[in-house]
Write a protein that binds this ligand. Structure first.
Ligand code: GUN
Ligand code: FE
Length: 440
């Protein structure tokens, strides 16, 4: 298949490459085998190529291709109450809304219905790769995997683990938690797909005993799978964690249980000492920045620049339903606001008036290639380099929520899409060359 038109992708955090009259050749397995720029005449170009019997998709003047979004942190069951219940802070919110909601996923029928909705919604919003937290229930977790597979999303899926400090209606024993996690990993690994990866998912230190965390890091090592969890989201959470584990800080708790490595990634990381950030850098652990959630649960304002300055991998997460929106466009906008708020904080504290908020090119990077790096998928997705999978969005600036005034540059059009666009600006969404969603 050949796509011909404007192609936009991040090459690095600094650089967005805008390819005019570009040609992308995608083979039958969904891999990009050729990228060409400035092709004035597609027929002439094809005459000089070995490709025969190809399907040619030409993009319109107000359309472009960009990489699919990578959501590095979302809770599939919590989509049930997304957009509601944000009247308290993290620990009360978990008790009042999250645990009751998640405990209902003991029913696989309930899981089936809810998971169909959330995965379809994420795909129609252009999230081609998502790192999911499910619930503690093995059977419902398998259902999420089946639905992700059916609907064609690329995903990391985690069975949540919690064996302490949780209500009696939503808790597991250490042994059953480890046993079910092993069974879950084996279930995913035995499935005929390369798109889905099991991820070891201790909810957070508060709900996991030392024995459980040690067992989970062992499992991750044994099966060579990544690890995801929450870190330093909220002051009360941090204080309780340090008290529980008699630790000087939160990050060391995970490190002491061997949960920090180059395949791990931590959601939030709002309140971190320089020492803790250095430890993440040393362990090559990534960060999922969840700005909407950090505002909605008034957890705090994360300064992403501190991580970037240390070379730490950073991606964006919607954190549905701590974050109320399933859309990565919203994650980009929330990240923009968090970064502008950091600018205000720096200025008003008289600390540093030279603080530079994240720019559009950096926001695009974090939502695509940055997320791919966090998940260790940078050789497979995140941009349109030859050899990568065609995980893409066919963006149409017309037909959605954007009004063009005429005369905008391509940079401006990209910016308008990121700030004014919606799901109706996505004509098609592709994962590994296959169409997984189209605008209604
Ligand atoms: N920390 C532990 N569990 C959760 C959760 O479900 N959402 C958020 N935002 N933080 C958490
Ligand atoms: Fe979360």
């Amino acid at each position: 298949t050949i796509y011909y038109g404007t192609i936009i992708h991040s090459v690095s955090i600094e650089q967005v490459d805008i390819i005019q009259n570009g040609v992308l050749v995608v083979d039958a397995t969904g891999i990009i085998v050729h990228v060409e720029r400035d092709v004035a005449d597609i027929k002439e170009f094809l005459d000089k190529q070995p490709y025969r019997d190809v399907e040619i998709h030409s993009l319109g003047a107000e359309q472009f291709l960009m990489p699919g979004f990578v959501d590095t942190h979302a809770h599939a069951p919590q989509y049930m109450f997304a957009g509601s219940g944000m009247d308290c802070q993290l620990l009360d919110w978990l008790e009042k809304y999250v645990f009751p909601c998640e405990s209902a996923f003991e029913s696989t029928d309930h899981a089936l219905e809810a998971y169909q909705k959330v995965v379809a919604r994420f795909l129609s919003n252009g999230t081609t790769t998502c790192s999911w937290f499910a619930t503690i229930h093995l059977e419902a977790c398998k259902k999420l995997v089946d639905i992700v597979h059916q609907l064609g999303q690329r995903a990391f899926v985690g069975k949540v683990n919690m064996d302490q400090n949780a209500p009696e209606f939503y808790i597991e024993s250490t042994q059953s938690s480890l046993k079910d996690t092993r069974a879950f990993i084996e279930y995913v690994q035995s499935k005929e797909t390369t798109l889905i990866t099991p991820v070891v998912t201790p909810r957070f230190a508060i709900t996991c005993s030392s024995a459980l965390m040690n067992g989970l890091s062992q499992l991750a090592k044994e099966y060579r799978v990544p690890i995801q969890t929450h870190l330093c989201e909220n002051h009360d959470e941090i204080d309780f964690t340090c008290e529980l584990f008699k630790s000087k800080d939160y990050t060391s708790v995970y490190d002491n249980h061997h949960l920090l490595n180059e395949r791990s990634y931590m959601a939030h990381c709002v309140h971190m000492s320089d020492e803790e950030i250095d430890l993440l850098a040393q362990r090559k652990t990534g960060v999922a920045h969840c700005a909407n959630s950090n505002f909605s649960l008034h957890s705090g304002v994360c300064d992403v620049r501190r991580f970037l300055a240390k070379g730490i991998k950073v991606g964006l997460g919607t954190d549905v339903a701590g974050g109320f929106s399933p859309s990565m466009l919203d994650a980009i906008r929330s990240t923009f606001f968090a970064s502008k708020t950091q600018k205000i904080i720096h200025r008003d504290n008289g600390k540093n008036n030279d603080y530079v908020p994240l720019k559009t090119n950096e926001l695009l990077f974090l939502a695509t290639l940055g997320g791919a790096q966090v998940l260790g998928l940078q050789d497979q997705i995140g941009n349109f380099e030859k050899g990568k999978s065609f995980d893409a969005l066919w963006v149409d600036l017309e037909g959605g929520s954007i009004d063009l005034m005429g005369g905008e540059s391509m940079d401006q059009k990209l910016e308008k899409f990121l700030f004014n666009g919606n799901d109706q600006n996505l004509k098609h969404v592709y994962v590994q060359g296959g169409k997984v969603s189209s605008r209604k």
